[in-house]
Design a protein around this ligand. Structure first.
Ligand SMILES: Cc1ncc(COP(=O)(O)O)c(C=O)c1O
Length: 388
């Protein structure tokens, strides 16, 4: 090869292949050396915009290893336990988990030299249980007498395993302060990606770590946020009545002692969204936007779409979407399962579709200098545009 600069910047392609130049990789480039280094820096998608300049951004946490936000807190809890000397390589980590925390802990344990036991119930998506096993976890299934999640029984089992050996550590995700702290980076990613102030943060709530941890750090960074927490109807975090629900990962069943990571001071609105609306949102987003998300993300986005027009012009609203829909092919995206569980609703899907259309209409109207979505939304014209 000659010493001409143009020759040094390009490798010649083999004859017969495209003549476009192949760029040389700089020799000193450091590739991530562990899958744990790939956690974070997830993308933002603008899902909706209002003619008045407000917009809805979705933080797509499914782009993390394990496909969910929960790997952030799993790593934070394990690394903090290492620093405090609570665990040493070879120890066992045990946690009751409906899936995504278990996936995070299973991956973190395998990569950092621990064994992981997940105490699960049949409420969890089968995909998540299979994936935990694939990461090397041992699963103990504890089902209750009813259709509801057996959280209390699983808690008892985790305590039992923990007290059986000094070499077992239970992170206790509902009360471990490193769960919310694990979302500090998520907040910093939002702060550096969004130049405007972040006005509204929406997330589904289970342990509370995602919403409260992200909100706390964003407030420290100077954002004066309104926070909206969403739980499945039937869950009791924001109050009774208890009932059954199919959203996997968020919520707490009747009788469950809500842990201290649900910081009620940090949550401005605590709302309940039923499975029909949550799942209808997932199905419409997949069909119309090519965005396939899990049920708890569907619930949070449903509420965000509903409330966005009622916030002042120029509002930036962010939804943290915990995971993707691929894990729910046998449930949310399976018509037969949806029908068998009385969750398939053309009306609900039509309504979600109408909300998305109304945002597009609002942009078109504002381009003609006439948009006022708040007014339009509630008029007969707006309703008929949404097909209602
Ligand atoms: C799919 C899904 N959504 C929402 C949540 C709730 O997140 P958090 O426990 O941080 O409140 C979880 C928790 O595991 C989850 O797996």
């Amino acid at each position: 090869m000659s010493n001409r600069p143009e020759d040094q910047n390009h490798l010649l392609p083999p004859s017969g292949l495209s003549s476009s130049p192949v760029r040389k990789v700089p020799k000193d480039y450091n590739f991530p050396r562990s899958v744990c280094d790939l956690v974070g820096r997830t993308p933002l998608l603008e899902l909706a915009r209002v003619g008045n300049g407000s917009r809805l951004l979705i933080k797509l946490e499914c782009f993390n290893p394990t496909g969910s936000a929960k790997i952030r807190m799993a790593l934070a809890m394990v690394r903090s336990a290492e620093r405090r000397g609570q665990i040493k390589p070879g120890y066992t980590i045990v946690e009751l988990t409906s899936g995504n925390t278990g996936l995070g802990l299973a991956l973190a344990a395998a990569q950092l030299g621990y064994k992981f036991i997940g105490v699960v119930d049949s409420h969890a998506a089968p995909w998540k249980l299979a994936a935990m096993k694939a990461y090397g976890a041992e699963l103990i299934v504890v089902d209750g007498p009813s259709d509801r999640p057996s959280t209390m029984l699983r808690r008892k089992k985790a305590e039992e395993i923990c007290s059986s050996s000094p070499y077992v550590w239970w992170p206790d995700q509902h009360n471990n302060p490193n769960n919310p702290l694990g979302y500090s980076h998520l907040a910093e990613e939002l702060d550096s990606a969004i130049s405007a102030s972040i006005d509204v943060l929406v997330a589904s709530v289970g342990t509370g770590g995602t919403l409260c941890g992200t909100a706390r750090r964003l407030r420290e960074l100077g954002h004066s946020l309104t926070t909206i927490g969403v739980e499945p109807e039937g869950s009791i975090i924001f109050g009774p009545p208890a009932g059954s629900y199919k959203q996997s990962g968020a919520g707490a069943p009747g009788g469950f002692p809500v842990g201290c990571n649900v910081d009620t001071e940090a949550i401005d609105q605590g709302l309940k969204i039923n499975d029909v609306k949550a799942f209808a949102t997932c199905r419409v987003l997949a069909r119309e936007k090519g965005l396939m998300l899990g049920g708890t993300s569907g619930a949070a986005i449903y509420e965000a779409l509903r409330q966005l027009p009622s916030f002042p012009a120029g509002t930036t609203m962010v939804v943290i979407a915990c995971d993707a829909g691929e894990k729910y092919q046998n449930t949310i995206f399976d018509d037969r399962w949806m029908i068998a569980n009385k969750l398939l609703s053309d009306i609900a899907e039509h309504q979600v579709s109408g909300m998305l259309r109304a945002f597009d209409d609002s942009i078109a109207l504002s381009n003609r200098q006439t948009a006022n979505l708040s007014r339009y939304w509630f008029t007969a014209e707006g309703a008929s545009a949404r097909g209602l």
